[in-house]
Design a protein around this ligand. Structure first.
Ligand code: BTN
Length: 259
């Protein structure tokens, strides 16, 4: 893949810009990076706080050569790439929380937002990656669940130096995904790196519904298999997963709650 990186000082959202560029015909491999985002977007319509030089704000355009049923695996592929790039560059131990949050010491360090658009050149997928580098701007509430590279690595870290490492891993795992038996290989790589893949007691928020259960691997397309207390396997396609304390699981397992 031919990576071209466009760097912006300040932008509304690198994902919005990448989607615009894709609609205007940009090729796979175009990356948008900004020092600051004024309207950074997270999953489920949330805001991604993107202060100047506090994180990496990055979006990559893909024009995937994939059977459409496997498109959701793009986010798993990106999570694997970010996981390995962070471990290699900063020597920090990472985990992947289903489906594509990167955690260090059980706190979120990176979020990924993939968005698709129909374009004249066919469907495009924009993979937006936000990585916290500095934690100085975190409120005490945020600091309870979120962390940053400088905190975990214990030293100042440079987004500039990290970028080529990240793109190299994205290229590696994109090639694997597009190659022979790619979807199976990516599922395998993801499973190896995620403590959430199997046997984890979790609570899943899907809209205003809460479901409790134990993770039992992922489906062909990356959806999460959740075993309820009734032994029924529920397939989760989207939702916020949270690790659960054992006592809470026993109280809730198998039940649905409205929150
Ligand atoms: C999440 O909610 O966990 C996903 C967050 C994704 C944030 C990144 S920052 C770069 C790109 N541009 C955006 O507006 N969002 C993504």
């Amino acid at each position: 893949m031919n990576f071209i990186v466009l760097k912006y000082e300040r932008i509304d959202s690198t994902n919005t810009e990448a989607l615009d560029q894709a609609r205007r015909g940009a090729d796979e491999g175009l990356c948008i990076v900004a020092r600051e985002q004024t309207a950074g977007r997270g999953r489920h319509g949330r805001t991604w706080v993107s202060e100047k030089d506090a994180g990496l704000y990055f979006s990559l355009i893909l024009r995937p050569k994939l059977d459409p049923q496997f498109l959701p695996l793009i986010t798993l592929m990106a999570a694997v790439a970010v996981h390995d790039a962070l471990e290699e560059m900063f020597r920090i131990e990472c985990d992947i929380k289903w489906v594509n949050d990167i955690h260090v010491n059980q706190k979120k360090i990176c979020g990924i937002l993939a968005e698709t658009s129909e374009t004249e050149k066919g469907p495009a997928v924009v993979v937006g990656i936000g990585i916290n580098f500095k934690s100085s701007n975190f409120s005490p509430e945020l600091a309870a669940t979120v962390t940053a590279i400088e905190t975990e690595a214990g030293a100042p870290a440079s987004t500039e130096k990290f970028l080529p490492v990240l793109t190299a891993f994205l290229e590696k795992f994109c090639d694997i995904l597009y190659g022979i038996d790619g979807p199976r290989k990516i599922r395998e790589e993801w499973t190896k790196r995620s403590s959430y893949a199997a046997g984890k007691n979790v609570r899943v928020a899907i809209g205003d519904e809460m479901i409790y259960g134990t993770t039992r691997g992922i489906e062909q397309n990356g959806a999460l298999r959740l075993e309820l207390q009734s032994r029924e396997i529920k397939i989760i396609h989207a939702g916020d997963v949270e690790q659960l304390r054992e006592d809470l699981l026993q109280r809730h397992e198998g039940h649905k709650e409205t929150v």
